[in-house]
Design a protein around this ligand. Structure first.
Ligand code: HPA
Length: 260
């Protein structure tokens, strides 16, 4: 075992070098067991680790799994000849913040696109639609620790958003606007009504932290979300439209990662 400093300056213990992968010095972060260099600078971030596996199997070539710590899988492969990774982040702002912080600090990830689901709020955000999240407000207190109580406005990287918009503008059911990343899935308050008054398109549980951490670390981020159910009408997706809209979302995200 060899001790090294990670790119964040944090002291990490190196694991034994992996054979046959072309890596000499190996560093591991606390929750991702990848060697330094195993994760691409551009990454897709589904919440569900099995979705990460599905994306790797269906869209990437020469796939290599770099982590399975806590079954939060991560893969690197080639998409149209370019190195892309895909990493599960779990549910909720704290879980995503762990993975994204390690990806930025310890593995040098530069551009990250969350691919996830959200609950639709407005009449126009129908089940099966896709949302490009321009902003992500939150009811979480997590950012205020960094801003002395000031409400920072978490927003997507403009170039990634523009590239995602370019890739999807021919599609009828893609919306661009604000979402809100909530601490509760089973919310028993009237928060949804307040968000609707502000024209928020949908609710999910991660994007705001992705945008905030990216801002602090000067990295680029975007969230692309499929409306999996509707908060007001309680409609939800059947399995066929779930798969179709998942494909649409992943294809928009990959195009944005390559072109944004
Ligand atoms: N909240 C409500 N509905 C949802 C969510 C959420 O976070 N994600 C998908 N549907």
């Amino acid at each position: 075992m060899e001790d090294v400093d990670g790119p964040s300056g944090r002291h990490v213990e190196a694991s034994s070098p992996r054979q046959g992968l072309g890596f000499r010095v190996t560093t591991m972060s606390t929750h991702i067991s990848a060697a330094h260099g195993e994760i691409a600078e551009r990454i897709l971030l589904p919440g569900d680790p099995l979705r990460a596996k599905w994306v790797a199997e269906n869209y990437l070539e020469q796939v290599h799994q770099y982590t399975s710590v806590r079954n939060m899988f991560g893969f690197t492969g080639l998409y149209k000849g370019e190195r892309i990774s895909v990493q599960g982040t779990g549910m909720g702002l704290p879980s995503l913040s762990i993975y994204v912080t390690e990806l930025f600090n310890d593995y040098g990830v530069q551009s990250a696109i969350r691919i996830g689901t959200c609950g639709g709020l407005l009449e126009k955000t129908k089940v099966g639609d896709v949302i490009l999240a321009m902003t992500a407000s939150t009811d979480s207190n997590i950012n205020r620790r960094f801003t002395n109580g000031l409400d920072f406005a978490p927003h997507a990287d403009f170039k990634l958003l523009l590239a995602a918009h370019e890739a999807s503008k021919h599609l009828p059911n893609v919306h661009v606007g604000g979402v809100s990343s909530m601490d509760y899935f089973y919310d028993e308050t009237d928060a949804a009504q307040k968000l609707i008054q502000h024209g928020v398109l949908g609710v999910e549980m991660e994007a705001s932290q992705l945008y905030s951490i990216a801002a602090r670390k000067q990295r680029r981020a975007l969230a692309i979300l499929t409306v999996s159910d509707h908060v007001i009408t309680h409609e939800s997706m059947d399995s066929i439209s779930r798969e179709q809209s998942l494909n649409t979302m992943v294809e928009i995200a990959l195009a944005a990662l390559l072109n944004g």
